[in-house]
Write a protein that binds this ligand. Sequence first.
Ligand code: ADP
Length: 621
Amino acid sequence: MSKREFQTEVSQLLQLIIHSLYSHPEIFLRELISNSSDALDKLRYLTLTDETYKALPFEPRIDLELDEEAKTLTLADSGIGMNEEDLTANLGTIARSGTKNFLAQLSGDARKDSNLIGQFGVGFYSAFMVADRIEVTSRKAGEDKAWRWISDGKTGFEIEPAERAAAGTTILLHFNDEGQQYASSWRLRELVKKYSNHIAFPIYLTYDKSEWNEEEKKSTKSRTTEQVNAASALWRRPKSELKDEDYKELYKSLSGDWEDPLFWFHTRAEGSLEYTTLFFIPAKAPMDLYQADYKGGVKLYVKRVFIMDDAKELLPQYLRFVRGIIDSEDLPLNVSREILQQNRVLTTIRTASVKKILTELKNIAADRPEEYKTFIQLYNRPLKEGLYSDFANRETLLDLIRVKSTAVEGLTSLAEAKARMQSEQKAIYYITGGNETLLRNSPLLEIYKKKGIEVLILDDEIDEIVFSSIDKYAETDLKAVNKSATSDDLKDENAAASAEAIQPLLDAIQATLGDRVKEVRASVRLAGSPSCIVSDEEQPSLQMQQMLRAMGQKDIPAPKPTLEINPDHEIVKKLLPRAAEPIAQDAAWLLFDQALLLEGVPLQDPASFVQRLNQVLALSL
Ligand code: ADP
């Protein structure tokens, strides 16, 4: 026998589970059954696809055996099993990076943490909430030796050679005080029905059944074995036979989530390709949504046989929050990840699945706006990612995303913004490149406010990247207000005259600022402010340039901004006759620097700015 210590993180996790999950100890059974089901899936797959396993007997089942007297439960499966190495690695370390991230996110507040644990699924270790000693006896398929792993869940575990007649895993739980309540056949039956009814394999319960003996006028006990789950691939049944409860339960056993899903979409396709898809939208965003090594949530089945999970090829990356099942009649069982990438059948299913999910979401947005709001709070951002990765569905995605706006509180759709357009309004306008306050107070919005024209406030980091590549929504132009040409829409018959009137001042400012600006010109977009900065159509905004530099892109050419001057502003009017005096030079820098500040761009020479400001202030006093 050899003694080993748990990896530090395992001990940490065990402590947390015991302290945070005390209110839900019952999930231990779901977790263990789901591990068994995975082990059965894996072996079934090998027996169907791998020559060396084809000859092996495969009688998939999960057996629960209750000993009420001894307060023990065994859970046995005829799955893939584990050898000595597997036992050490799987039940003694935390290999998955997701688990490590999860640990890092814990706050120490038991209530919050138990929510987190619920989303993440704690797996095998949850059994230590109900047991003070666990023995795992396992024999790996294709091997002769069996091994036993024993632990009290405190410091470490022991491993010793053991006997097991066939491949599979047997887990013996010695219930602790907390666990005593599960040493009851009706309780176990209830838990299996609640969490694991649709596990595709039969689950049997063996227990001492009490029966009333009429002759002897007393109840007698007899050892009985009964199947306790429905064991159907529920997604293959017609929709009409399925109740909401069935879907919710399947979702929970599939995803490990405790909460009901927000929505689900169940489709059966018949015709040149036959397949079933069932997709769920979780009510909480998956924890790894913004991690590069996120886990895909869709499982692939072929003719009801589980093939693989976490296959990122099944849905585009931006739909990585979707959970569910794709079950195809046409794929070969031995389809590999490599093959998947260029498989025509899968490409077709994938394309149709994306369409289906997006269309259903659009329907929900129209019919159940309140529920859609909840959805958007969680998944607006991934949908925006879709705008620049999924061109085929761009129109639909533009309908699905929501944005802030000067016209309404909260979020709005582009369709609503389009419907609100003024009769003379030529495009849907938006502003990007900063936080909400900065954008809402930008001088670039002044004229739009004055004219009562709505501007979308796109303050999400990715908005600028996404929207700079989109120039139309439903036939209507989408224009950024900080682009130089956008103001052409605002020009009226007086514009040229006002511009000409201040030309001498514009020339003087241009001469002072030299090559810091591309151009100095009269503005038609300002009301209360004397100056603002705009960019060319093609060039990224100043904010964006800063961001790219911060992200390590060193050699971004620094395109020069255009400075616009408001011909109607008091300062400008007073400055015009004095364009040739020295004061005009200080004013030129001040007008430029304040416009930069309002763009959220730090000044190159703040000291000079302050000095000039003070000079001007002194003069005015
Ligand atoms: P998870 O199931 O989330 O990976 P667990 O802690 O529940 O995490 O299990 C760790 C690993 O132990 C599993 O990924 C699997 O490889 C192995 N394992 C657990 N239970 C079984 C079982 N009944 N049969 C075979 N392998 C198992």
